[in-house]
Design a protein around this ligand. Structure first.
Ligand SMILES: Cc1ncc(COP(=O)(O)O)c(C=O)c1O
Length: 420
């Protein structure tokens, strides 16, 4: 029976469908390593204890009525406090809005900016922008990035396509690559946006930037997050920032996200969020509000969490580099941030021992699952088609001791292919 055009178009996430298949096979007794989902196993990566305690306390205090459209004052102050002390900003509670995770914030930003037919630009690989753009009837323009640039865009790549765009969606650190924009590159892109807007007539919609920074607290080694507003304050009226508890505090099920940025935009996003009813639960807002003022607990948690993620990502990276040195057709980009590693497994076009051709990235993905026992996601699932054979590994549900067997299993699966 007929439904809306949106309903005809909208798709469930293939990532979640694939992850569900892996979990079903595991439940049926197979040994499989699920490196697909951008989620955490709470038995390995629990949320901070202080946050759990504060949440229980909020329920005991009966904080169970509506939280208000903007979010509770204490969490908005808490977010401002976190951003000011770590990113060198100067926010107050009035500059922050709260929603039930980062997704409603992204949805609301698209709703507030994009009209049907408007041009939206985003680099690929990228996480989920195609869905938000499609829900708004946007004209999508993707920009393919290169492994040599760690799959990050440059101002040079973006300049030719921004002149008639209303939205540039950026994410750094990036899902799916685990890499991030350097301070210099980010500064050049911000300056480009300011420059495009300086030439755009006042009666047209400006070029806005949606900057998704949900992984910004999870950086490793020399990689350092620079906040766009700290390096290019002139972007303030055109920028909206997306952030939340899901990744930095392993709280994907807590459903607390927030947004900062241009006041006139946040104002309309609040209305979108309110009409959808996508407020974060009040007890969680109250708890996060308390927690974000606990500087010592926040810093201690992040240090330990970053260390555990980095150890896993480094172990995978070393494993891939070891295979490469032994002549296997693989590669990887050293981890910079988030919970992901970019790996190349260059076996498309090869033939399996039972004479099946691995013709597509999906065939390679299936072979890796059946022969190497690992679930990984091709970058084509994140909209990138120019550089086949790159995959995302996620370590959110991975034990350190699983990594050696995964690398050994991969080597065995590659050994089983017919010679190239
Ligand atoms: C880049 C990015 N932004 C936003 C989200 C969504 O986060 P939330 O759970 O807060 O809705 C994700 C989740 O995978 C993500 O990878």
């Amino acid at each position: 029976m007929k439904l809306s055009r949106l309903a005809d178009q909208i798709q469930t996430s293939p990532i979640l469908t694939f992850a569900a298949e892996i979990n079903a096979r595991k439940a049926a007794g197979e040994t499989l390593y699920n490196l697909t989902v951008g989620d955490f196993d709470p038995a390995i990566f629990p949320v901070p204890d202080a946050l759990t305690e504060a949440t229980i306390a909020a329920y005991r205090e009966h904080q169970t009525n509506y939280p208000g459209a903007l979010g509770l004052a204490e969490i908005r102050s808490g977010v401002a406090h976190l951003l000011n002390r770590t990113c060198g900003l100067d926010y107050g509670a009035k500059d922050v809005i709260i929603a039930s995770g980062s997704r409603p914030v992204i949805y609301a930003a698209y709703r507030a900016i994009v009209d049907p037919g408007d041009k939206v630009v985003f680099p690929v690989p990228s996480w989920n922008n195609e869905h938000y753009a499609a829900m708004n009837g946007a004209r999508i323009h993707t920009v393919e990035t290169d492994p040599g640039d760690h799959f990050m865009p440059t101002a040079e790549m973006l300049a030719p396509v921004l002149e008639d765009a209303v939205l540039l969606a950026l994410c750094s650190p990036l899902n799916p690559t685990g890499t991030m924009l350097t301070r210099e590159r980010l500064e050049e892109i911000c300056e480009l946006v300011v420059d495009v807007n300086s030439r755009r007539s006042d009666h047209l919609k400006p070029l806005y930037v949606l900057f998704d920074q949900v992984y910004w607290m999870l950086t490793f080694g020399d990689a350092e997050f620079a906040h766009p507003l700290a390096i290019c304050p002139e972007i303030r009226d055109y920028a909206v920032f997306v952030d939340g508890m899901s990744k930095a505090f392993a709280g994907t099920g807590i459903r607390v996200g927030w947004s900062t940025g241009a006041a006139h935009l946040l104002d309309k996003m609040v209305s979108v969020i309110a009409h959808v009813g996508a407020w974060a639960p009040r007890p969680d807002q109250a708890a996060v509000g308390k927690f974000l003022f606990m500087d010592e607990e926040v810093d201690a948690y992040l240090e330990k969490f970053r260390g555990a993620l980095e150890a896993r990502l480094d172990a995978f990276h070393e494993g891939f580099m070891g295979l490469r040195e032994r002549g296997y057709p693989v590669d990887a980009i050293a981890p910079e941030a988030a919970i992901y590693l970019s790996v190349k497994i260059d076996i498309r076009g090869r033939t399996t021992a039972d004479s099946k051709a691995l013709a597509s990235e999906d065939d390679v993905q299936r072979y890796l699952m059946d022969a190497a026992r690992i679930g990984v996601l091709p970058f084509s699932w994140f909209g990138a088609h120019s550089h086949g054979n790159w995959f995302r590994i996620s370590v959110g549900t991975c034990e350190l001791e699983d990594i050696d067997p995964v690398i050994a299993g991969l080597a065995a699966a590659l050994d089983n292919l017919a010679p190239a």
